[in-house]
Design a protein around this ligand. Structure first.
Ligand code: 0GY
Length: 295
């Protein structure tokens, strides 16, 4: 543990020995939402971060990938590293082509920098609207970034919470690329799938064919804890209706989790409850992420 981490006491360590999943992942499966943290001090955390995680570097990520049976990773820049993408880029470069990245950038990003990141394996940027994680960014800034990255065929990952979708919707519709929504737009699962907030999300996907969803993070959304029975209807509904626009990921090392640390092997087993057939599993875990990240 580094000095900087000892200052913060609000994080949990990731599960030290997750089970080997009972569900055998299809060949070529992609963990399309995971992170690397540090290790600091080689890759220090951002001064403006809202939480301090444990160290969880690329070697541990790649070991988990192999243990669970994944072939590839998509590494998403986490807010604790701010706009310093170096840990994520270093992991992509070390992956022998088996990892892609999603970066966080500012309006000052240049074409040369984007091209360099592209060569390292980055394929998109993340726009974060979750107020507890980031200070807000003006929409003009996001639009100017979107304009620059679209030339590279990149897409945009958006992270917001269900109650903010109504306000955000007009803005999301202006974005010119494929949009991938993190964690289904974080539905409040106690309200049920028929609640207007979740129906709004379903309508957003149905009306906009460029919008995809990560059907991820039962451990964040649950009120009941493992095995996350209360979450199942939400991803199951999205996978059934939009089987060609869904992605799945572990979210390892589970930043900012305060209630419990999930067993990543149990998370993999959860997939069979949200994508119950071989065909749906192959689209979710192989065909869709390959189309977006390794075309
Ligand atoms: C996630 C979720 C969270 C954190 C971040 O970048 C991040 O810090 O994404 C969260 O706290 O909900 O996707 O890992």
């Amino acid at each position: 543990m580094t000095e900087i981490q000892e200052m913060d006491a609000n994080w949990l360590e990731f599960h030290p020995n997750p089970k080997r999943p009972d569900f055998k992942l299809p060949d070529g499966a992609v963990d399309a939402h995971c992170h690397v943290f540090g290790p600091s001090p080689e890759f220090p955390f951002a001064p403006e971060r809202k939480y301090t995680p444990c160290n969880a570097g690329k070697d541990q990520l790649f070991a988990l990938r192999d243990h669970l049976g994944f072939a590839r990773n998509v590494i998403v820049q986490a807010t604790c590293h701010g706009k310093d993408n170096s840990a994520m880029i270093d992991a992509c470069k070390s992956s022998q082509g088996l990892a892609r990245g999603i970066a966080s950038v500012g309006a000052d990003i240049t074409e040369t920098e984007i091209a360099e990141m592209h060569n390292a394996g980055v394929r998109g940027v993340r726009f974060n609207f979750v107020k507890r994680l980031v200070d807000s960014t003006p929409q003009e800034v996001f639009l100017s970034i979107a304009d620059k990255i679209k030339e590279f065929g990149w897409h945009i990952v958006v992270y917001f919470e269900a109650q903010d979708l109504a306000e955000l919707e007009p803005f999301l519709k202006q974005l010119p690329t494929t949009l991938v929504v993190d964690h289904m737009g974080r539905p409040e699962v106690s309200l049920g799938v028929d609640h207007p907030d979740f129906q709004r999300f379903m309508r957003l996907m149905s009306d906009n064919e460029n919008i995809w969803s990560k059907v991820t993070c039962p451990e964040r959304l649950t009120k009941l804890g493992p095995p996350y029975d209360d979450v199942v209807p939400f991803p199951a509904a999205i996978v059934k209706r939009f089987p060609d626009r869904v992605l799945w990921g572990t979210d390892w090392p589970h930043p900012n989790m305060k209630s419990h640390m999930p067993d990543d092997g149990e998370l993999v087993d959860f997939i069979t409850r949200i994508a119950p057939t071989n065909e749906l599993q192959t689209r979710l875990l192989v065909d869709n992420p390959m189309r977006l990240y390794w075309p």
